[in-house]
Every structure is written in C-alpha cells, then in structure tokens.
Design a binder for this molecule. Sequence first.
Ligand code: NZQ
Ligand code: ZN
Length: 391
Amino acid sequence: MENFTFYSPTRFEFGHEAEKKTGELIRMFGGTKVLLHYGGGSIRQNGIYGKVIAALTAADVQFAELGGVVPNPRSGLVYQGIEKVRKEGIDFILAVGGGSVIDSAKAIAAGAKYDGDFLDFYRGKAKIADAIPIGTVLTIAAAGSEGSPNSVITDEENKVKKGAMSDFLRPKFSVMNPEFTCSLPPYQTAAGATDIFIHVCERYFSNTKEVSITDRLCESVMKTIVYETPRVLRDPDNYEARANIMWAGMIAHNNICGVGRTQDWASHHIEHELSAQYDVTHGAGLAVIVPAWMKYVLPIHPEKFVPFATEVWGVPLDMVNPIETAMRGIERFEAFLKQIGMPSTFSDIGAKKSDIPTMVERLFSKKETEGNYVKLSRDDVTKIYESVADQ
Ligand code: NZQ
Ligand code: ZN
C-alpha cells in the first residue's frame, strides 16, 4: 500500500426528510446569503424545489436563484453565476441537483474568488486557492460530486470537457434523501448506476500490490450496484434499493475506495471526449467505452480481471485458463449493462467513426499516455474507439 492523505470533511445528512435540515446546515457553515443553483426544471416537477425553499425560509436564510444548468454543464452559465455571486454579495452556494449542478456550483465557487478566467483551473493553468463554501441537496445517485473534490465543466467555445480538483471544492454538507431519486427516468437511474460502478473500476484496476482492504471495499460497492440496479428499475419507488445506490455513489467517489493505490481513469478521460463532442449522458458513454477498454487491456495485463470475474460476477475460477475466467467476467458485465438498458456502440449514442482522430487529438493535447493500469498510447485509444465505432 502507498502512503496517502485522506481528507473527506463533508457532513452527510441522509434519509427521510433530510432536506428539512438544509437551512440550519447553511447557517452552521456560516452562510448568510445563498445562491440556489439548479438544473432544467426536474426539481420543480417533483416537488424538491418547494421542500428546499421551505427549509431555507424556516431557517430565515436569504437566497437568490440561478437555474438552467444542463447535463455536461457549460462554462457560459458559470460566468453568469460568478457575476451574480459578486454583485449580490453571496457567501454560500447551494446546489440542488446532480453532478452537473454540483460541478457548476463548484466552478462558480472557485471562480468567484479568482481574478482570472475560472477555466484556468480546468486547463491546468492555475491552482484553486480559495472557494465560496458550497452545500448540496442531491437528486440523482451518479457522479459522486456530493462528496468529491472534483468538478467537470465543458468549455463550450472549444468543445473541451475537463476536470478541476481541490479540497476547497468539497461540499461542506450534502443532504441525501433517497426518495428524491424516485422521480428519475429509468435511463438516468441506469446511467447513474453505471457511473458509480465505473468510479470503482477506475480505482480497482490498479498495479499497487497488497491493497486488500480497498479491493474488498471496491468489490462490495460493485456487487451492491449489480444487485440493486435491476431491483430499482423493476420497482422505482423501492426506498431501500434507492438508499443503497445513493450511498454507494458517495462511497464510490469520495476516494475511500481509492486511497493507497495508483488509479487508472483512462476510461473516464476517453468518455469525456464523447460527452464533449456529442453531449452524451456520461454514464451511457462509459457503458460504451469501459467494456471496450477491458477487452483491449485484458491480454496485455490480465491480473485484476480474474478477481473482478470471480468476486464481483461470481464466475468460477478456471485454474488452467484464468484468462477464460477473466473473459467471462467481462461478458457478464456487458450483459448487465444491456439488461439495465445501457448502450454499447457508437451508433447507440450518435457518435461517428470519422470524429475519432479529433477526439484522440484533444485527449492527447497535453500528454503522451493515458491511464495507469496499462499506459495507453494514441494508437491504443484509437483502437479502443474503433472497436465500438459501427458508424
Ligand atoms: O436538469 P434537471 O432538470 O435537474 O434534470 C436532470 C438531468 O437532465 C435529471 N435529474 C436529476 N435528478 C432528477 C432528475 N430527473 C428527475 N428526477 C430527479 N430526481 O437527470 C439528468 C442528469 O443530471 P446530471 O446532473 O447531469 O447527472 P449526473 O449526476 O450523472 O452528473 C453528470 C455530470 O457529472 C460529471 C459528468 O461528467 C457529467 O458532466 N462527473 C462529475 C464528477 C465529479 N464532480 O466528481 C465525477 C464523474 O465521473 C463525472 O465525470
Ligand atoms: Zn464518472
């Protein structure tokens, strides 16, 4: 195991009616004037908006609003948010939504405390040194942004989707009421579950030895997603299944499963090019890329694919031919993705073979290799894209 620092100071309020505490939590963390940030309208349709407003009013918290965050959140709204925060003297941002809303809130929070262009943080040109505190009311289990130090924003001018990371971006608190996720369309539920599963894969596929504690944690989160996702798709109002998926989403990405080991992240970066180019739902893009990545790297470096097959998918170990065992695991993973309605090819997500060189060029604009479990070259990534490019 490698040395590590683990810092995860977010306070989580989880369960029935947890949102009632939102106003007092903002006060606890020093907020006096809040920016209520949200997406495209789902929170008005499912009643979450009214519940949050009631909690703010009950705690006598003043607020201004900025809605309109779209999935794969854009830089344009972040600039508007920064201006609003400065003009209205806002000292706390409350994100009510999913990863897109939370990431946009994080970008505004850091950008408002910075004299230059906030995209400098996402272009690797500047380091976040301060941010307005943020809190979240989570409405979809997926990105894990409610407990992560990350934010991913699309620079809409250049069609580039990049991440920034800083402990200043960790939410002060996250309110997690699993009932809030019952109104999700099945496709979003499944895409979220896929993202959660793959946040764990990015950490599980590691070359670091002797990390049995995090390996076992990873396997248990993956098995939970495999068990609970079909259950919740059959029975969308199943509170217990929603609760387990929601907490899995946090555990999968606050890095408790990733400490002390090298992590991969090639699949995420390869997928972000797809979301930037075609505005694909992130989890759906991952469903196309990850099995392709697995089949490509398996012959080069099979080691972790064997426990992946036996521990997560229950494949019996073939001692004579462990590669066969590993392959069965990948096949079961693919069957699971199909069962929950996730796409598997470029045509399913509207991507085009002719754009592969552009995406590869963007991905490698500042680096020579991608990922760690196997270090991929431009040629490798091109082949991974091509293996699922049927149009
Ligand atoms: O915009 P609204 O109306 O809210 O609708 C959203 C959106 O259309 C809808 N939705 C959310 N909660 C709902 C609901 N619809 C009905 N009922 C509810 N309760 O779902 C759609 C997707 O929302 P979004 O926030 O985009 O989903 P998600 O949480 O998957 O976030 C995706 C974004 O997070 C980034 C992704 O790249 C993508 O941009 N990621 C962020 C990470 C992080 N900050 O740590 C890590 C991840 O790997 C990921 O890259
Ligand atoms: Zn993700």
